[in-house]
Design a protein around this ligand. Structure first.
Ligand SMILES: [Zn+2]
Ligand SMILES: [Zn+2]
Length: 510
């Protein structure tokens, strides 16, 4: 029997906490409870998928027809609400229900029956929607997931849940994790723990920008123990870079080495064996570059322009990946007496709230100007709106910024640093201050809100509405699926048919 591609459900920590709390709060009279996550897809590779929740719903007491220790059934009007609000828009369905007691629960025969029916119902809708189901103990601490296949004769496959930031999603890709972590080269950083070293060895980092900050960052993080890299930068090495790139030589500049090739050399010097480095001498606009970056555990952007930072942010929001933005700013204007020496590390919350765009870290106008035709750029530049391309840059400032970035990653993996609500640090060398920038939540942001790009996955963005004419009539849905009833619901097939009939009836009345 053919097995289905491996499936991962990515739920950001704050979302999972909210969902779990709502599940626990909706438990009445010790009854079972159910909750839903509606998801977009991220096709990581031909054999690997991720589901990204766009929204979650936990029904309140009024939504249940009955709710007991023996099972549950939802009102038809609630099913209809879910259908119209989420399913019809082409979102895959994840449902989670609880079983009484605190053991690791197993799916029951009733679950099997109803879930298979529901999966069949979803698979016949436009977009061939998927069902992933989860069953948890009554405290929502232990559970398991399974992914229902599109083909009815296939068996459900395993599905994994990830609810942590920087959780290693492809642990199988990193060979010999424990052996690696025990290597003598990590003797002096063993204080952080063997598990931390193992995670560093397994994590895949996508780095956009391999210049002054990116190169130092990669060198340090590789030495710390990160071996899996995707490097993206379309630029080549020039003589003017030699003041701040570690181990860069005049020969490399003369031969115009791509910066990704040079950074790959840095990583390979630290890791002659046992590392995987993909170097893409491409702009971040490139689809291949975006696909490779989205599959990483973490995206780091260290470029010198607004446009690429904005695109990295879009990618991170779309695929629910953590984003680390590293930047430095050096301004020495003797005439005006202005001296600014800043470096900034920004990590917006992975599940939205604020982002580089609404948090004033990147400027959308400048980002647009950066790709404007040269003629327009020179007019704008003459008017003083566009900063010069060749901004001043110095090794020590870049290196401080890169080190802070490395610390943040090490800190998160070690559990020393919490970035669930994001982080934004500015070190102001001119004023001798380390500032923590606070951000307000921006629920209307076009980028980081649910109505924006957040968790859009591979879909074209936003809440994708499907045209009505491509929908089958509701009556045919109810005959195709005898039961839009959900897992754990109902004790017998008669009840399922009753609910199915109700589904059709409601349509006829419309
Ligand atoms: Zn935003
Ligand atoms: Zn059940």
């Amino acid at each position: 029997m053919k097995s289905d591609p491996a499936l991962q459900l990515i739920v950001p920590p704050r979302m999972w906490a909210g969902f779990r709390q709502a599940m626990l709060a909706s438990r009445f009279n010790q009854g079972e409870v159910i909750g839903f996550l509606f998801c977009t897809r991220h096709r990581v590779s031909p054999r690997k998928w991720r589901l990204l929740p766009k929204a979650w719903v936990v029904p309140t007491a009024e939504c249940y027809e009955h709710q007991s220790m023996g099972g549950l059934a939802l009102r038809q009007s609630f099913h209809w609400y879910l259908y119209k609000t989420y399913i019809e828009r082409g979102l895959d369905v994840v449902h989670v229900h609880t079983h009484p007691h605190c053991n690791v629960p197993r799916f029951s025969a009733i679950d099997d029956y109803h879930e298979a029916e529901y999966a069949r119902f979803l698979s016949r809708l436009p977009g061939r929607l998927r069902l992933v189901s989860g069953v948890f103990d009554e405290r929502m601490t232990q559970g398991r997931f399974r992914a229902w296949p599109i083909k009815p004769d296939w068996q459900p496959g395993p599905a994994a849940l990830s609810t942590k930031i920087l959780e290693i999603l492809d642990a199988d890709c990193a060979d010999g994790g424990r052996e690696f972590a025990c290597a003598a080269r990590f003797d002096r950083q063993r204080a952080f723990g063997l598990g931390v070293q193992e995670s560093l060895g397994a994590i895949a980092v996508g780095l956009v920008g391999c210049g002054g900050i990116g190169a130092v960052f990669a060198e340090q993080l590789a030495r710390l123990g990160v071996r899996r890299w995707v490097l993206v930068d379309p630029d080549v090495l020039e003589e003017t870079n030699l003041n701040r790139l570690p181990c860069a030589t005049p020969q490399m500049a003369a031969r115009r080495w791509p910066k990704v090739r040079y950074v790959k050399r840095l990583i390979k010097t630290a890791w002659p064996a046992g590392s995987q480095v993909t170097s893409l001498c491409l702009p971040i606009e490139d689809r291949q570059a975006q696909r490779r970056l989205a599959a990483c555990d973490l995206i780091v952007v260290a470029t010198d322009n607004h446009r690429s930072r904005m695109l990295a942010q879009e990618l991170a929001l779309r695929y629910l990946r953590p984003l680390v933005s590293l930047g430095s700013h050096l301004e020495m204007d003797e005439a005006c007496g202005s001296r600014r020496m800043l470096c900034r590390v920004t990590i917006p919350p992975v599940d939205g709230g604020w982002c580089l765009c609404c948090g004033d870290v990147v400027d959308a106008t400048l980002a647009a100007l950066e790709v404007a035709p040269t003629a327009l750029c020179s007019i704008v530049s003459a008017a003083g709106y566009l900063p010069g391309i060749a901004a001043p840059a110095v090794y020590w400032l870049n290196s401080c910024c890169a080190s802070l970035g490395v610390f943040v990653i090490h800190g998160v993996i070690s559990g020393l640093l919490d970035i669930e609500s994001g982080l934004d640090w500015v070190v102001d060398f001119g004023c001798r201050k380390w500032l923590e920038v606070a951000h307000d939540e921006q629920p209307d942001c076009l980028y980081c809100s649910v109505d924006g790009l957040l968790a859009s996955g591979d879909s074209s963005g936003g809440f994708e509405m499907r045209p009505m004419e491509s929908m089958p009539a509701m009556a045919s849905i109810s005959t195709q699926s005898t039961s839009p009833l959900l897992a754990g619901a109902g004790e017998n097939a008669n009840e399922a048919r009753h609910i199915g009939a109700g589904f059709a009836k409601e349509e006829q009345e419309r």
